[in-house]
Design a protein around this ligand. Sequence first.
Ligand code: SF4
Length: 228
Amino acid sequence: MPDAARLARRMGRILAETYPEADTELAHTSPLELLVATVLSAQSTDERVNSVTPALFARYPDAAAYAAADRAELESLIQTVGLYRSKAASIQGLAQALCDRHGGEVPTTLEELVALPGVGRKTANVVLGNAFGVPGIAVDTHVGRLARRFGWTEESAPEKVEEDLMQLFPPSEWTDLSHRMILHGRRVCHARKPACDACPLASLCPSSTLPPATSATRSAPPREEARS
Ligand code: SF4
């Protein structure tokens, strides 16, 4: 195994020990609910999404119900998550496509999921990993930022980041790795002020402000500027 992969695996193990509970924080009881919640989570917080979904899921129990929904009522139920007009349109378009192409069910392959309107690789991988147990690396703003700080990728395009991480880790780790990186990004490795002095990865991370501890840190890239 190349040194870079070995170092990445060590960092991955520390993340696993630090966040053993890592899981999606979007409340859901079915693939459709997770799909809708993931659409709603764009540029919002999981907490905010979770505050609207109980009433939403009760009102619209299946894809046909979303497709037939009164748009104004749907918008009013998701208003507090932000971008509610475009999200309501996305959910209805998505639901209609599920009814037209998949009998109202959420498909179980990446290819079918990304062919749905408004569904990108990140959303598809969230659904695959968390609703169907199919490994996938969902690259959101946290995963992209941390992967670059960790030295796991130099790419900025999410699909390229995803490819690089897939090379470093076995499929069995992909879904949990995404969750752990998101938690680490939220709790420690913040976009603007990463808490390196409190970070369990500091001795291995090439972006740490701590003194270098390994040969890998000596070839560290400069710290990435905050983007979010
Ligand atoms: S050492 Fe700093 S930059 Fe590296 S993962 Fe930890 S908080 Fe982020």
